[in-house]
Design a protein around this ligand. Structure first.
Ligand SMILES: Cc1cc2nc3c(=O)[nH]c(=O)nc-3n(C[C@H](O)[C@H](O)[C@H](O)COP(=O)(O)O)c2cc1C
Length: 217
């Protein structure tokens, strides 16, 4: 009871102060995401019917609960053995999701369902080379860590990492269709600038970016 009261007070305080997972206040510590809600949403066939690429976003921020659900749907842990909502070759789970928002860039930690900050500035100017990308409240970057891909050859890594990314991107598409959100995957990104901004190692490869937000009215 006391713990529940504490959590409620934290939530109220967060709302009052504008502190949220990916909102406007700069965050320097790991952010625990709200537990993902796994019920609800549109039936799969309807989500498939509505899946589409959108290139016009409202700047409106995504609520924390929606962000939590989005990341879990994208590549969260869905089984007790640590396996995820998207498949990966040899279960390498080599794709990390970097979340770029107004208050910085974060890496999604699926096991803990949390966000680890990697930058505290608004870097959305780097969200994409097309103007609409900068307007989205959130852009996800799918980054494959080749160091996690076992004994695969370079050639195998180069086709398996994009294949694994495709499943995650489609999860995002279907989640967005289910929730009435706008989304669009993109290859057109400034990779050298992003490597620097996201502080990536040479064996971390940016595969694709995908912006998410409310549709522009
Ligand atoms: C691997 C990949 C890369 C893409 N890159 C871009 C991009 O850089 N910019 C863009 O506006 N759309 C990009 N798209 C979106 C496609 O243009 C879009 O999926 C296609 O026009 C079909 O539209 P739909 O997704 O609404 O069916 C990309 C899609 C894929 C699968």
């Amino acid at each position: 009871m006391t713990r529940r009261l504490g959590v409620t007070l934290c939530l109220i305080l967060s709302c009052v102060l504008g502190i949220s997972a990916v909102g406007y206040t700069q965050v320097s510590k790991t952010v625990q995401l709200l537990p993902a809600q796994m019920e609800g949403g549109k039936p799969l066939m309807q989500a498939l019917k509505e899946r589409a690429t959108t290139r016009a976003f409202s700047p409106e921020k995504l609520p924390d609960q929606l962000l939590s659900n989005l990341l879990w749907a994208a590549f969260g842990v869905n089984r007790s053995d640590g396996r995820r909502t998207a498949p990966s070759a040899s279960n390498w789970q080599e794709v990390d999701i970097y979340v770029m928002a107004a208050n910085g860039v974060f890496v999604y930690e699926a096991k803990a369902h949390s966000l680890t900050p990697v930058a505290s500035e608004d870097l959305r100017a780097l969200a994409g080379t097309q103007a609409f990308a900068k307007e989205a409240p959130v852009t996800l970057f799918f980054v494959a860590d080749y160091a996690r891909m076992g004994k695969a050859t370079q050639e195998q890594k180069d086709f398996l990492a994009p294949a694994d990314t495709g499943y995650i991107s489609q999860n995002v598409y279907l989640f967005c269709a289910s929730e009435g959100l706008a989304t669009g995957v993109r290859a057109s990104i400034d990779r050298p600038a992003l490597v620097k901004a996201l502080k990536l190692r040479p064996d971390q490869k940016i595969i694709l970016a995908q912006s998410v937000g409310y549709p522009k009215k």
